[in-house]
Write a protein that binds this ligand. Structure first.
Ligand SMILES: C[S@@+](CC[C@H](N)C(=O)[O-])C[C@H]1O[C@@H](n2cnc3c(N)ncnc32)[C@H](O)[C@@H]1O
Length: 442
């Protein structure tokens, strides 16, 4: 079916805003759709997908859409739309435009220069080549430039995987169990889920398989004291709370009130009552000190470049800058150091990011271990064995889009040596088990 010709003008208009990179692409798109309420679901989908196609293929498209830094926005919009709906679905094109799109379509992309094929800024491409070698960097880039599938996590407090598959089939929505996440399902198309009873009643949550595996390797158990130090809107918090079978105490810390407030409706749906959201000012907040040396498992899902999530957020590669990554490293080291104080003797600290870059991952962990002799690395193959996850890893968890069909995730498990004296017994203060930390901001 042909699209109304006006779609092209609207795509061009919102693309101009998105490519200023003043805010994330999804934020710009939702603001645009709010300002243009006449669009139906299908039109919104077409415009958004065209914008994402331009972000994914920006180097290649820009080269064809005009000289240097001033590509024709109309040509970019045309390329984005042709990439997602095909040339034949576009109405009202001039002969020249059809000719232009046909010419671009006929380009054999395998013959393009490597960085243009990778469709990423030079600094990022160079880092990936240095880490993976050129052939693998190109393979990785190709997968990062495709849309992510839709993954679900079954909330084991409310349902089991087989029942959810059967219930989804009635919708009808086809879903398959995923290989690594024991509660994971991959949905074969991308239906809207918000109105399904399964979703409203909290039996399912949308969560990438890599993120589910990461929650699992924290190894949180019934009755434990657990802290999700950078909980955000709680994707991993909810998974941890369910793994703890809704027992024990799970603190969800974050410095962002806005993000924590998004956790609250999800918590209500989930049926979990063991989660205690706590707004902290920074990683050395007094509320944290009260829990020092008392926590069994601490997850630090650190703020990072987000480069592992390019399948979902293709604008990140154009918005991110090498200087920002250096700043991020300082923050990551400082958060990990702050969070480490919480871990009790024999307890575990899990450092995780959704970055692909060694400098935000291995380097941070190695620095930490060199300055914290009371912690040792638990090799990831051992952790994966403990959790019965069929993945081959060495020291660290490295989920990679081109190998595991997940977002890019990194994790390291660090254990506080059982005999070591807690670093900061004095900081624990008199507040037994820090109960008040959870109560302060709830
Ligand atoms: C990668 S996101 C967390 C995503 C979340 N764990 C999830 O699964 O949905 C990183 C989070 O760290 C938070 N953050 C940044 N600085 C922090 C700090 N100093 N202490 C705790 N959290 C912090 C950010 O607000 C952000 O929500």
């Amino acid at each position: 079916m042909r699209l109304p010709p006006a779609i092209l003008g609207n795509t061009e208009e919102v693309l101009r805003e998105v490519l200023r990179f003043t805010s994330p692409a999804d934020v710009t798109l939702s603001r645009y759709f709010k300002e243009h309420p006449r669009f139906g679901g299908r039109e919104r989908g077409v415009i958004a997908e065209a914008v994402y196609a331009v972000l994914r293929n920006k180097s290649f498209f820009t080269d064809f859409a005009g000289a240097g830094n001033t590509p024709s926005m109309r040509k970019l919009a045309l390329l984005g739309l042709a990439e997602t709906v095909g040339i034949d679905a576009l109405g009202g094109l001039s002969e020249d435009e059809v000719h232009f799109l046909t010419r671009v379509k006929e380009v054999d992309r395998k013959l393009l220069p490597a960085q243009m094929r990778a469709n990423m800024p030079g600094w990022l491409y160079e880092k990936l080549v240095a880490q993976f070698g050129e052939a693998e960097a190109l393979e990785l880039a190709a997968v990062l430039n495709t849309p992510a599938p839709l993954d679900l996590r079954v909330n084991s407090i409310k349902a089991n995987r087989d029942d959810v598959i059967a219930e989804l089939a009635k919708a009808p929505i086809a879903a398959e169990p995923m290989p690594y996440a024991p509660l994971g399902l991959r949905v074969l198309k991308k239906p809207a889920l918000q109105n399904l009873p399964l979703f409203k009643e909290g039996a399912i949550e949308v969560q990438d398989e890599g993120s589910q595996v990461l929650s699992q390797i924290v190894g949180a158990r019934r009755g434990e004291m657990v802290v999700d130090f950078c909980a955000g809107a709680g994707g991993k918090t909810l998974a941890l709370g369910a793994l703890m079978r809704n027992t024990g105490r799970l603190y969800a810390f974050d410095v962002s009130d806005k993000r924590l407030s998004k956790l609250k409706p999800r918590l209500a749906r989930s049926g979990l009552s063991n989660v205690h959201p706590v707004l902290i000012a920074h990683e050395r907040d007094a509320k944290i000190k009260r829990l020092a040396g008392k926590i069994d498992r601490v997850l630090v899902d650190a703020p990072c470049s987000g480069l592992g999530t390019l399948r979902r957020n293709p604008d990140v590669k154009w918005r991110q800058k090498p200087d920002a990554i250096a700043e991020m490293q300082e923050k990551q080291a400082s958060i990990l150091d702050g969070a480490a104080r919480l871990v009790k003797n024999g307890g575990r600290l899990v450092y995780a990011t959704c970055s692909l870059l060694n400098e935000e991952n291995d380097v941070i962990v190695e620095q930490f271990l060199s300055t914290h002799p009371d912690f040792e690395l638990v090799p990831m193959n051992r952790v994966l064995d403990e959790q019965k996850i069929p993945l081959e890893m060495d020291a660290y968890l490295k989920m990679l889009p081109h190998k595991h069909q997940t977002d890019g995730f990194f994790a390291a498990v660090l254990e506080r040596k059982a005999k070591a004296k807690p670093a900061s017994t004095n900081e624990a203060g008199s507040d037994a088990a820090g109960e008040s930390a959870g109560d302060t901001d709830e």
